[in-house]
Ligand binder design. Structure first.
Ligand code: SRM
Ligand code: SF4
Length: 573
């Protein structure tokens, strides 16, 4: 493969950045993301921080929110909104030791609502932290070897990777790339350590000069995921940059590289759309991975230089790719890296499932995947999940690995310790809870939405379980109980629960109303399409009753619901 620079590239000058969005100005004058955060944290008059600082605090892994359930009551009493913060951890590849889980459990109890929320990107969020609890929380996380740097904001976010070591004998080798990529793309500013951990101010700020992010960071958030075929639980093609591990004869050979995935859309804005990433080539790693890391880095620099900074709705990489063309992006990448990408290797995905229950890997280690509805770890009337997981962690015998389906895996358990873990899981009813959950429920997920998400137009994680109860009745009626139908719901079109990559996707439009999307596949290679708009619950159930009846009657043997729907001609537009 030629090492020479491309000659056939027609360079395009980076666009003149005019009409910059206000966030661009905030980033640029933020003094390395410091803003006035130190002062605002000390202000006891309000539970909030300034608007500019709200943009900056995201880069430190936090969002200012308020309890939307209590807005009206607070307004009547002429009180300010009940402000609190959400904090999201940086966990490349979604991994915690048992000691870290114990720390997380206690930090959640002491500082937040207590619920540990496993996200669709393999990390955890805590909600409801008062401003005064932010620093103690970050300090406690720091003591546990954890941080929340760059989990939000216009930077590279938490890097995801196929979670289950069963997926390959070189899983750990592939997984190790998440930490390396995360480190490579971490902002250089020391602000996090100064603001939250009271470290000394840098006398010489030259060490935080950031050749990648410079002073305006990226135009928008940036996401990277790594898949290990045949399972695509990370939904690799929904990422700005998706890497697919190519493994031959139990050896990691390299990665296919895909760019331009992203799901966020805006109701009524036809310029926005969901897009799956396009594969542009392959990079071998057998004789070192400098090229891979260089290519990843330069994909970001191109987006930094060419991405749209005047409209945040059109600023993700997918729009840059479509504006300049995929071939242009590839050639610009080759020009910047100084090497050509090889032809993408063939890959085959079969599903995106979690492997529930007990499984054993090639080394004889055991893994238990419990069912955690919508990633919410708490004790409720059905099951004392949080207590059970604490007790498992206290044995020190299981690691915690998060999946891209908002679940976790109790992992890397030695044969001799399996019985002890199993006893705890039995004692708290986790095994029964997991075994009795329907296939439909186990393949469903919902984003957070109300009451904390400021962008939610409708309920999601609080409502989907109730809707699933009712859909289960239809599934039973049409004898489809064994079908792993992938159902996903979000409270707005931003797509946090990846509803556009579901067989049945519900996207909130208004309280109690959802657009219904149909016909995604099991492999994550096809986006669904809008089927009907603005349905209430009764209409959703009526439609599904009919669709399931048709599916049962007319499907081809072995055909999945999404594939069946894809064959039909029901769609708008
Ligand atoms: Fe998301 C914004 C929650 C995964 C697309 N997302 C938000 C915010 C922070 C709302 C906000 O901006 O104020 C939500 C916080 C709610 C809360 O109260 O906690 C939020 N997103 C989530 C999580 C927690 C959903 C979940 O239930 O698991 C996921 C956290 C992932 C993580 O650990 O980093 C989450 N968000 C996603 C995904 C799925 C993915 O990445 O695999 C997407 C679609 C993929 C993509 O990025 O295109 C996604 N979130 C968005 C968008 C739309 C971005 C766009 O390009 O238009 C927004 C809104 C925004 O950025 O302006 C958003
Ligand atoms: Fe909030 Fe919308 Fe994301 Fe759901 S999809 S968490 S409602 S931004």
């Amino acid at each position: 493969m030629s090492e020479t620079k491309q000659t056939n590239v027609v360079p395009v000058e980076p666009p003149k950045q005019v009409n910059l969005t206000p966030v661009e100005r905030i980033k640029q004058k933020s003094d390395g993301l410091r803003g006035t955060l130190v002062e605002r944290l000390q202000d006891e008059v309000t539970g909030a921080i300034s608007e500019d600082d709200q943009s900056l605090v995201k880069f430190h892994g936090m969002y200012q929110q308020d309890d939307r359930d209590r807005r009206e009551e607070r307004a009547e009493k002429k009180l300010e909104r009940l402000y609190s913060f959400m904090i999201r951890l940086r966990l490349p590849g979604g991994f915690l030791t048992p000691e870290q889980w114990i720390a997380l459990h206690h930090i959640a109890g002491e500082n937040s609502t207590g619920t540990i929320k496993i996200t669709t990107r393999m990390t955890v969020q805590l909600h409801g932290l008062l401003k005064s609890r932010l620093k103690p929380t970050i300090k406690a996380f720091n003591e546990a070897g954890l941080d929340s740097i760059a989990t939000c904001g216009d930077v590279n976010r938490n890097v995801t990777c196929a979670a289950h070591p069963l997926q390959s004998e070189v899983h750990e080798q592939v997984h190790a790339y998440t930490a390396r990529i995360s480190e490579l793309l971490k902002p250089k500013t020391h602000a996090y350590y100064e603001i939250w951990l009271d470290e000394e101010k840098l006398a010489d700020k030259s060490s935080e000069e950031d050749p990648l992010y410079q002073d305006r960071y990226l135009p928008r958030k940036f996401k990277i995921g790594i898949a290990i075929p045949p399972n695509n639980e990370v939904d690799v093609f929904t990422n700005d940059l998706g890497l697919t591990a190519i493994i031959e004869k139990k050896t990691l050979k390299g990665f296919n590289i895909a760019i331009g995935g992203g799901l966020g859309t805006t109701h009524g804005n036809a310029e926005t759309y969901a897009r799956l990433a396009t594969t542009i080539g392959y990079i071998p790693v057998t004789s070192g991975d400098d090229k891979l890391m260089k290519a990843i880095y330069e994909v970001l620099t191109i987006q930094r230089d060419y991405g749209n900074r005047s409209d945040r709705k059109l600023a993700r990489l997918k729009y840059t790719v479509d504006k300049y063309g995929i071939e242009w992006y590839k050639e610009e990448l080759e020009r910047r890296t100084g090497f050509r990408l090889e032809e993408a290797r063939p890959v085959s995905f079969t599903d995106r499932i979690d492997y529930y229950g007990w499984r054993q890997n090639h080394k004889g280690l055991w893994y238990y995947t419990p069912f955690i509805e919508n990633g919410r770890v708490l004790d409720d009337e059905k099951v004392a999940l949080k207590t059970a997981l604490l007790e498992v962690a206290q044995t020190g015998k299981a690691n915690f690995r998060f999946t891209g389906n908002q679940n976790l895996i109790l992992a890397d358990i030695n044969k001799k310790d399996k019985a002890a873990i199993d006893t705890i899981l039995e004692k708290y009813g986790i095994i029964r809870h997991t075994e009795t959950a329907s296939a439909l429920r186990k393949n469903a997920m919902a984003c957070v939405a109300l009451p904390t998400c400021p962008l939610a137009l409708a309920e999601a994680q609080r409502y989907l379980p109730v809707l699933i109860d009712k859909i289960e009745e239809l599934v039973n009626k049409h004898e489809l109980n064994d079908e792993n139908i992938i159902t996903r719901m979000t409270g707005c079109p931003n797509g946090c629960g990846r509803p556009y990559a579901a067989e049945i996707g519900f996207v909130g439009t208004a309280p109690g109303h959802y657009n219904m999307h149909l016909a995604g596949d099991h492999e994550g290679l096809r986006l669904n399409r809008i089927y009907k708009e603005n349905l209430d619950e009764a209409s959703i159930l009526r439609e599904l009753d009919l669709l399931f009846w048709l599916y049962r009657k007319e499907r081809i043997t072995g055909e999945k619901f999404g594939d069946f729907a894809w064959r039909q001609k029901w769609y708008k537009g």
